[in-house]
Design a protein around this ligand. Structure first.
Ligand code: ADP
Ligand code: GLC
Length: 512
């Protein structure tokens, strides 16, 4: 699988048994900060499928002034080939069907330290972190991500030949969910946080896989991973973490109900009763600044719409849209059921009839991709569709558009609406999860209640009415741009949680 190329940049500077000097040095220098291991399956800039990647890059960066926080991700091919030097600093042995791995370290240009779990047979493949990129998940995902969880537990236990040892482990979503579980089964007392970014993806596998993953008998109980005769990784994260968070306050309430709980609502209600579930709304990275973002065709600020127009003209050309007056709508989204793409398809005819144009960028489920392509073919010059994703185009679309369409059926937090607001594009979104928490209806965007075409059209009509009143439209754009929810301002609840779990009474935000 091309491992010779992929691993060519890896330097074996330390034998696993030797103590890595740089690690020790850093450890002593940063003794006053808490050591946190952030375990995730995506990291923006290196590998991202959606918002988890953005959060996994931006949150540790924002926390790094307060804590010695390091990220653990699988060594996917695109990560190993990113051109950044990698040093081998440790290793973990094999267990059951989980193969042995080496642990590499790379330092991102912004200073974030990333540990890579290097195992060519599991991670060095063409495709996304989860599948072949054509709608098929990898059949051995339970092995790939149990391996990630177990490696985190071994780093926490100090058995990965790395001298740096976390005081707290923060695992994210189902791919990292077994980290708290393996830690508990090994009797580790290190506190753990498990963050649910999306309850709908649970990492389900057959109960018969249990010996492959070296699960102890207790793992198979209903209080642990067992879920309707299968194993749910996500359930393991919820069961064993010291504290569970999710990415907005509204979603934290929603997931305790049958409508949003994906069968786990009872267990989550139990967590609430024990004070072990909370919602912490995501922030965004400070690179989302329309005056200085190097991705944009031209920068702009509040009331400086010339730069915004330049981005709109670029998007118009890129998507071969007609040069006509009228609002430009954007869809920047994974093309999956969650995102209400079918609803947008229904209201698209109406948008076109009202003189609007739509630029769509994203990828996901093959049927929804196809539906979007057909929509574009039905309305050449009015609806442009790009299947795929690239960050520069995405940012220019947020910047050039007047409105962002985000009719999600559920939305744990959502970052796209915050990016759009920052760039003066007003979201038209469903009142659910983080969308309800980050959009002020009629002030910084438009919200509708029901996942129906009628409810959506109602918000759309209100948006069009505002568009035709330039003063009002300007006022809303300026308001949306005025107070971006950057992580710097929203990181405190995580800091507070870490310190509480660590039994540290230090005042939140204070430095030692
Ligand atoms: P989700 O994580 O559910 O996709 P968010 O709104 O939290 O939704 O995050 C979306 C992020 O992912 C944004 O940075 C957006 O630009 C990006 N994005 C959207 N579609 C894709 C895609 N197909 N591939 C990669 N990133 C995407
Ligand atoms: C998930 C959710 C999204 C959230 C993102 C980052 O992918 O679908 O709503 O913003 O994770 O937390």
């Amino acid at each position: 699988m091309g491992t010779a190329v992929a691993t060519a940049r890896i330097d074996e500077v330390a034998s696993p048994s030797a103590k890595p000097r740089a690690e020790l040095h850093l450890g002593s220098l940063q003794a006053s900060k808490k050591r946190i291991l952030f375990v995730t399956s995506e990291l923006a800039d290196l590998v991202k499928v959606g918002g988890l990647g953005d959060v996994s890059a931006a949150l540790p960066k924002a926390l790094s002034s307060r804590h010695d926080i390091r990220v653990l991700i699988p060594g996917y091919r695109q990560v190993l080939e990113a051109g950044l030097p990698i040093r081998i600093i440790g290793q973990v042995g094999g267990l059951a069907a989980l193969p042995p791995c080496r642990i590499g370290r790379l330092d991102l240009p912004d200073g974030l330290i990333v540990y890579l779990l290097i195992c060519p047979e599991l991670y060095e493949r063409e495709g996304t972190p989860y599948g072949d990129g054509h709608g098929h998940d990898w059949p051995d995902n339970h092995i790939r991500f149990a391996r990630l969880g177990l490696a985190a537990a071994e780093i926490a236990a100090g058995t990965a030949c790395i001298s740096w040892c976390p005081e707290l482990v923060h695992a994210n979503d189902w791919p990292a969910a077994l980290a708290p579980a393996y830690m508990a089964w090994r009797g580790l007392r290190t506190p753990t946080v498990f963050t649910i970014h999306n309850l709908a993806y649970q990492g389900i596998c057959d109960l018969q896989s249990s010996p492959e993953l070296a699960l102890p008998p207790e793992a198979l109980s209903h209080e642990a991973l067992e879920f309707y005769g299968k194993l749910s990784f996500l359930k393991g994260g919820i069961a064993y973490a010291s504290h569970v968070t999710t990415v907005s306050e509204t979603y934290a309430q929603e997931i305790t109900t049958a409508d949003f709980g994906c069968g786990l609502e009872g267990m989550l209600q139990g967590k609430v009763a024990e004070g072990q579930l909370s919602g912490i709304t995501n922030g965004i990275d400070e690179s989302w600044e329309p005056g200085s973002d190097p991705h944009l065709v031209e920068g702009f600020g509040v009331h400086q719409w010339q730069g915004k127009r330049a981005n709109a003209e670029h998007v118009q050309q890129l998507f071969q849209l007609d040069d006509v007056d009228g609002p430009l709508f954007a869809v920047v989204s994974r093309l999956v059921q969650q995102k209400g793409i079918d609803l947008t398809r229904e209201v698209a005819e109406h948008i076109v009839a009202e003189g609007g144009r739509i630029a769509v960028i994203g990828q996901g489920e093959p049927e929804l991709e196809q539906a979007m392509v057909e929509l574009g073919e039905r309305h050449p010059g009015r609806i442009g569709v790009q299947i795929g994703f690239n960050e520069t185009d995405a940012r220019r679309i947020y910047a050039g558009s007047d409105f962002l369409l985000m009719p999600s059926r559920f939305e744990p937090c959502g970052l796209s609406q915050m990016y759009a607001q920052c760039f003066g594009s007003l979201p038209i979104a469903r009142r659910t999860g983080g969308l309800a928490d980050t959009i002020e209806d009629g002030v910084t965007g438009f919200l509708f209640d029901d996942p129906t075409v009628d409810s959506y059209l109602d918000a759309l009509q209100r948006a069009l009415a505002v568009y035709h009143h330039p003063q009002l439209f300007d006022a809303m754009r300026c308001k949306a741009m005025a107070s971006p929810l950057y992580w710097e301002e929203s990181v405190a609840p995580y800091d507070e949680l870490y310190l509480r779990l660590l039994g540290d009474v230090r005042e939140v935000g204070g430095q030692d």
